[in-house]
Design a protein around this ligand. Structure first.
Ligand SMILES: *Cc1c(COP(=O)(O)O)cnc(C)c1O
Length: 355
């Protein structure tokens, strides 16, 4: 399928790298394609960035049939531009599509569309250390209809947002709060897919955590409220007795690409890594016995996010000495070195847009 291109007539002013935040500025163009039962996915196109015109009855606005992805393009030292594991994002997006009754799309077409789009927007990929171009592919249900069923029509779009260094103020451990009253996902639900409603469902507990002075919620499983699942919208890792432990994928945990990257890099470095159930009680026990060395989150936005303190009921534990541990530090460096092209990536992780 041919991707048609229509260029913007006037370009937006671009902010300085030092002024970039997260997700508030969008580039000049976007990728769009449409689905209807007769034509399937059709009319892939790059066009000037524009608002989507929707009838107030559009299904996504009412029943949340929406899926998305988050990935990044990085500017390398040699002024190339490269994508980190985009094929994994599009294959996860098709898993989300199947789960949410959305028709699957051609992953190669989406990847080609994305590469074309990033090429057109190359000047929007920031330069400064730690900055990147955040990429948001999304699919939403478009039928104007209030009955409850899967939509017949959909819009697929990709928008781009230059983002600042996540750790502009330093790579500091965050305080997290274990929610006893709320869960983000349950067995048999949709916790393992990137769908809008999972985020809506997480907001209340997130605000409660913020009000109490914590940065993120540590989510326990939705069945027994005993086992650790995720932290905020990141996967979670524990360093216990010089070994890495992360919750096993159980249907309510999202299969993070950063999580998979950490596991893969750990194995290459002969750091033992186990995917298994880990209860919050075990976390407190290994802390009491002096074996809990580090805790960190993993996700596209921050890569690695160290955790310094965990509060659960009226118990609080402090992890490490109020600074980033060596394991989190090493994974952050290893991942970002690969993303910025400073070291060779494992096979298949990097897609070059501009060499
Ligand atoms: C996106 C996401 C993650 C992290 O996934 P990455 O592919 O590493 O960015 C973790 N948990 C949730 C709930 C997510 O939505």
């Amino acid at each position: 399928m041919n991707i048609t291109i229509k260029k913007a007539e006037a370009l937006k002013p671009r902010p300085k790298d030092s002024e970039l935040g997260f997700g508030n500025i969008f580039t000049d163009h976007m990728f769009n394609m449409d689905y209807d039962p007769e034509n399937g996915w059709h009319n892939p196109r790059i066009e000037p960035y524009h608002a989507i015109n929707m009838d107030p009855s559009t299904m996504v606005l009412h029943y949340g049939q929406a899926i998305f992805e988050g990935l990044k393009a990085f500017r390398t030292e040699k002024d190339g531009i490269q994508l980190f594991r985009p094929k994994d994002n599009f294959s996860r997006m098709n898993l989300s599509a199947r789960t949410m009754c959305i028709p699957e799309f051609d992953e190669n077409l989406a990847l080609n569309g994305l590469k074309e789009l990033v090429k057109i927007e190359k000047d929007w990929v920031p330069q400064e250390l730690g900055t990147s171009l955040y990429i948001r592919p999304t699919i939403v249900a478009m039928d104007p209809f209030l009955g409850v069923r899967a939509s017949y029509t959909y819009r697929f779009f990709i928008i781009l947002s230059p983002v600042g260094a996540y750790y502009a103020e330093g790579f500091n451990p965050v305080k997290i709060w274990v929610s006893k009253n709320h869960v983000r996902a349950v067995r048999g639900g949709v916790g393992f897919v990137k769908t809008a409603g999972n985020y809506a469902a997480s907001l209340y507990a997130g605000e409660e955590a913020n009000k109490k002075g914590y940065t993120q919620v540590l989510w326990l499983d939705g069945v027994e409220q005993k086992y650790v699942e995720e932290v905020g919208s990141m996967n979670i890792f524990f360093v216990i007795d010089n070994k890495l432990v992360t919750p096993e994928l159980n249907g309510s945990i999202l299969s993070g690409i950063t999580r998979d990257s950490v596991i893969c890099l750990a194995k290459k470095q002969n750091l033992e890594v186990t995917e298994r159930r880990i209860s919050i009680d075990e976390v407190f026990e290994v802390h009491a016995s002096g074996k809990l060395q580090e805790v960190f989150g993993s996700g596209t936005a921050a890569a690695i996010s160290p955790v310094g303190l965990i509060k659960y009921g009226d118990q609080t534990i402090q992890i490490g000495e109020k600074k980033v541990g060596p394991v989190a530090e090493k994974f952050f460096k290893d991942l970002t070195d690969i993303q910025y092209g400073k070291v060779e990536a494992p096979e298949g992780w990097i897609q070059k847009v501009i060499d």
